[in-house]
Design a protein. Structure first.
Length: 114
């Protein structure tokens, strides 16, 4: 069984930065695809960034050039560095691990507001 624990959310002003981290338990981390998703009330959860087991990354158009996803297979962690944050980035951010089935973290709130 896999457990995912996110950290690093909070309140930040527009133009600021936050770094989200997700720590995973279990022994399938290195062979899994990892992702960060976000959700606002009344809308579907959307993919923000993903990284495959080989390190290939993909990003939502809305965050390209501002967000960076990375993984550390020695520490079983995946990180989302978010720069130049905008009010529309406000959401609950979820860590996701996918290997045959999907696992989700509990979510962490990111609020971008002046």
């Amino acid at each position: 069984q896999v457990q995912l624990v996110e950290s690093g959310g909070g309140l930040v002003q527009p133009g600021g930065s936050l770094r989200l981290s997700c720590a995973a338990s279990g022994d399938i981390f290195s062979i899994s695809t990892l992702g960060w998703y976000r959700q606002v009330p009344g809308k579907q959860r959307e993919l923000v960034a993903g990284i495959t087991s080989s390190g290939t990354t993909n990003y939502a158009d809305s965050v390209k050039g501002r967000f960076t996803i990375s993984r550390d297979n020695t520490k079983n962690t995946v990180t989302l560095q978010m720069n130049d944050l905008k009010p529309e980035d406000t959401a609950v951010y979820y860590c996701n691990l996918h290997h045959q089935i999907q696992f989700w973290g509990q979510g962490t709130q990111v609020t971008v507001s002046s």
